[in-house]
Design a protein around this ligand. Structure first.
Ligand SMILES: Cc1ncc(COP(=O)(O)O)c(C=O)c1O
Length: 382
């Protein structure tokens, strides 16, 4: 009944974890869910208000513009200018997305012929691989290792792969490793992409979730970035809007146009009322973002010092709401946490085989729950 391409997909780990979680809850277990990266904090009230107002205006009830409202694209361009000092033409270099996952999932359709390689970080956000497989491309895993600060080693990619590679995904601040990348790395990537004729998609979903004064760069700040690719961004993590489904692609005109051609044939754009709320999010005070980072930073500090106290080898991340921790065996550690303590963490292998030896904690629960999780962990014999 199902098409063969479904057989090629790895199982979506989060769906499996959801199933286990539901089973445990049905048994009456009080689950502490540090699994999926979905902020527990609400969308700031001024953004909610903007949506309510917009949705009462019947002009928002029609099919949206395929590429996004021009006012939304202008808001994205002005946010990029003020945040990163990057100039974008809102008409040709910005595209509205129904969440960045949607954009990422459609990119290979535009740039990858069947049988061509896509360079994908491993561990990495699972959609890079699955979208490659949907487009009948071939996945080339770029291992992210601690020795290389969880950056891919571009020199390690074989020449015969490079000859047949058309696309590369990267993303910093990184999910799941929480690693950050300096602008110099993005400059190297631009050079590499130019030499090898590869389109680069940088996934910058976490650029605003940063700590200790760190400010994450945009890939588009690298010299010539717009000549080789584009950046995916999202309002999901920055403004606690995961359920709203609004994001953007920004970058070189031909790349934005290629993705736009695919999307025009598949979806009919993001709801105008949500785009109007998105304009408010991007153009009004960013205090709520700073406040959220403070909340995550406090949680991070509690979790890291608790885990260190338990004898684990773990570093405090500078960005993202994830903690990537070394363990002897990913799957059995995650299983033990769930079975013996009712805590959900994500095994590193869910992000690719190079995630073996790690688990990911999402600090999307309040400090009481994080302290409670540490208390429960104290009782486990690891
Ligand atoms: C690295 C990364 N990119 C993209 C996304 C997708 O976010 P959204 O589709 O909500 O914009 C996520 C969500 O977890 C993510 O972790």
């Amino acid at each position: 009944m199902y098409a063969k391409r479904l057989d090629n997909l790895p199982p979506y780990l989060f769906a499996q974890i959801d199933k286990l979680k539901t089973e445990k809850r049905a048994e009456g277990v009080d689950i502490i869910d540090l699994g999926v990266g979905d902020p527990d904090l609400p969308t700031p009230p001024h953004i909610v208000e903007a949506l309510c107002e917009a949705v009462r205006d019947p002009s928002t009830h029609h099919y949206p513009d395929y590429t996004g409202m021009i006012q939304y694209r202008e808001a994205v361009a002005s946010w990029y200018k003020s945040r990163f000092d990057v100039d974008l033409d809102p008409k040709t270099e910005v595209l509205a997305l129904i969440g960045s996952k949607e954009g990422i999932a459609h990119v290979p359709e535009a740039f990858v012929n069947p049988g061509e390689y896509v360079l994908v970080p491993d561990p990495g956000y699972p959609v890079y691989k699955t979208s490659t497989l949907f487009a009948e491309g071939k996945v080339w895993e770029m291992p992210l290792s601690e020795e290389n600060k969880f950056l891919p080693d571009l020199d390690a990619i074989p020449a015969d792969v490079l000859k047949n590679a058309s696309l590369m995904f990267i993303g910093y601040p990184n999910n799941p490793t929480a690693a950050i990348a300096p602008l110099s790395f993005f400059n190297e990537v631009v050079e590499f992409a130019r030499e090898n004729g590869i389109v680069v998609v940088h996934d910058n979903a976490y650029s605003e979730i940063t700590f200790d004064g760190y400010k994450a760069p945009s890939f588009l700040q690298a010299d010539g970035a717009k000549e080789v690719g584009m950046e995916m961004h999202s309002l999901s993590k920055t403004y606690n809007m995961t359920g709203w489904r609004l994001g953007m692609a920004a970058g070189g005109e031909e790349f934005i146009s290629g993705l736009g051609r695919v999307k025009t044939n598949i979806d009919s754009g993001a709801f105008d009322a949500i785009q109007r709320a998105g304009i408010t999010a991007l153009t009004s005070s960013q205090q709520s973002v700073a406040d959220a980072c403070k909340v995550y930073q406090e949680r991070r500090d509690i979790l890291i010092s608790g885990l260190k106290g338990l004898g684990f080898d773990v570093a405090a991340p500078k960005a993202t709401f994830y903690v990537w921790m070394k363990v002897p065996d990913s799957m059995s550690f995650a299983r033990k946490m769930l079975d013996e303590a009712g805590i959900v963490v994500t095994p590193g292998t869910g992000f690719g085989r190079n995630g073996e030896g790690y688990v990911r904690f999402a600090i999307t629960r309040d400090t009481n729950r994080i302290s409670e999780a540490l208390e429960r962990m104290r009782r486990i014999d690891f």
